[in-house]
Design a protein around this ligand. Structure first.
Ligand code: CMX
Length: 136
């Protein structure tokens, strides 16, 4: 894996958390994007080599809604940049890690993504993400 691409933070209300994080990080939110397949709206902040992603649920079925109900707002996942997501998925699968999707799926901010079960990663939901280089 290459580097930590972003930290995902579950929030109740982007209208509250975006201005808060703009102050905290001293940088403007550069993108808001809805990911319908995940029932979330995301908001991104660029740091030098990493990003912060705020996630708000759009449905009570969303993993973010369930997470906040159980644990409250806070760090939801850590995303690692990979050069070849299929190869990394194969490597992890062969090592016995449970992947939460069989194939890479399209995530926010022009990425192919896959999650590793938090129970197989010392309680941390891990995301693999690969930049999409051409329009798919
Ligand atoms: N980090 C760490 N642990 C987590 C977690 C998280 N983000 N989400 C759930 N868990 C834990 C729960 O606390 C629970 O632990 P206990 O059994 O010890 O209480 C266990 O995992 C099961 O959680 P659950 O609430 O019963 O939820 P499910 O099993 O239905 O789902 C998970 C959990 C991780 C499989 C599911 O949330 C998932 O598939 N996540 C990946 C997709 C996702 O998070 N999408 C959000 C948007 C992502 C994006 O666009 O960036």
């Amino acid at each position: 894996m290459e580097h930590i691409e972003h930290l995902g933070i579950a929030v109740k209300d982007l209208e509250v958390s975006i201005p808060l994080y703009e102050k905290l990080l001293n940088t403007k939110c550069y993108k808001r994007e809805e990911v319908r397949s995940e029932n979330v709206i995301t908001a991104f902040f660029q740091l030098s080599n990493n990003k912060v992603e705020l996630l708000q649920a759009t449905s009570s079925e969303s993993a973010i809604a369930k997470f906040i109900e159980k644990r409250g707002e806070g760090i939801h996942h850590v995303a690692f940049s990979v050069a070849d997501i299929k190869a990394e998925m194969e490597r992890l699968r062969n090592d016995g890690f449970r992947l939460l999707n069989e194939e890479p799926k399209r995530g926010a901010d022009n990425k192919l993504i896959c999650f590793v079960h938090p129970k197989d990663a010392s309680g941390v939901l891990m995301e693999l993400c690969q930049e999409i280089s051409e329009q798919v």
